[in-house]
Design a protein around this ligand. Structure first.
Ligand SMILES: Cc1ncc(COP(=O)(O)O)c(C=O)c1O
Length: 277
């Protein structure tokens, strides 16, 4: 039923990855060449049979899909009220930077890190505060002393964690995530945890959601999630933010709407104090 051997020619499909010169090999972009699962294609086909594509609202299935998936595969209980739609993880992170920090602020990245985080920070006139990881010959580790020095001396306001990490593939341990959470809370730094790659994990390894490992982490974080990497749906521009803390959620809800990244239902229902009516 799932054919991972079939080669699908994606040239001339308006693909960022494949509409390139014959001599080029596009290994830089994180979408795969597997067709979407038949269940996904069927669901789209069913929807396409209705020929009107007006504005949509968030349906119960949208919330249930995230809640049930995270419970079943990652052992985390999510509350429906804590989930918010956004039109992609990168647009979400850009909005979060714009609305939760101010120009000139420093935003911590463990390096090496995903190039778009740099773009989001710099394009919004904030500064990247790089904290280099230690490579010990077999893997990357966080230099917590260096991280704490940076947080203490540089007055950062946000840290973007990539969990699991792009590009190193590091799956952070519970203890790593707890220590990041403690340090960020101690120095008043809000954490954005990009967990878009969490379902592509080496068998036998365990991904731990940042927000699930402690109360401190839960109450001082925004987690970005999406089905787009694991199910190869990147062109759909869809993602969710998981925000357990009420005050952070209020601020983010209006930010996402102000930037036009929410869907119309949310834009209509929020008051700009933040919470949904
Ligand atoms: C760590 C990480 N975050 C976000 C994205 C892109 O997310 P989106 O397409 O939802 O903007 C990628 C794509 O490669 C990624 O590697």
């Amino acid at each position: 039923m799932y054919d991972f051997d079939k080669i699908t020619d994606r040239r001339n499909t308006d693909s960022v990855k494949w509409d390139i010169r014959d001599s080029e090999l596009p290994m830089w972009v994180a979408d795969m060449d597997f067709p979407a699962a038949p269940e996904i294609v069927d669901a789209f086909s069913d929807r396409l049979r209705h020929p009107v594509f007006g504005y949509s609202k968030l349906c119960d299935e949208w919330f249930d899909a995230y809640i049930n998936w995270w419970k079943k595969y990652h052992g985390m209980d999510m509350s429906r009220d804590h989930l918010m739609f956004c039109s992609g993880v990168v647009p979400a992170i850009s909005s979060l930077i714009r609305h939760l920090t101010v120009p000139g602020d420093k935003i911590v990245l463990l390096t090496p890190n995903y190039n778009h985080f740099y773009n989001c920070i710099k394009d919004n006139d904030r500064q990247v505060l790089e904290v280099e990881m230690i490579y010990n010959g077999s893997g990357y580790h966080i230099d917590f002393e260096r991280l704490e020095n940076a947080l203490r001396e540089q007055s950062a306001t946000m840290m973007i964690v990539c969990n699991p990490q792009n590009p190193t593939g590091t799956i952070w341990t519970v203890s790593d995530l707890q220590r990041i959470g403690q340090l960020c809370s101690k120095y008043n730094v809000i954490v954005v945890s990009d967990e878009i790659h969490c379902d592509i994990i080496t068998p036998g390894k365990q991904y731990n959601p940042f927000a699930a490992v402690s109360e401190i982490n839960r109450n001082n974080s925004i987690t970005c999630i999406a089905p787009t990497k694991a199910f190869n749906l990147a062109g759909l521009q869809t993602s969710a933010l998981y925000i357990p803390d009420k005050d952070i959620r209020s601020r983010v809800r209006s930010s996402i709407a102000v930037d036009g990244n929410a869907i119309i239902d949310i834009i209509l229902k929020i008051d700009l104090q933040g919470e949904k009516r």
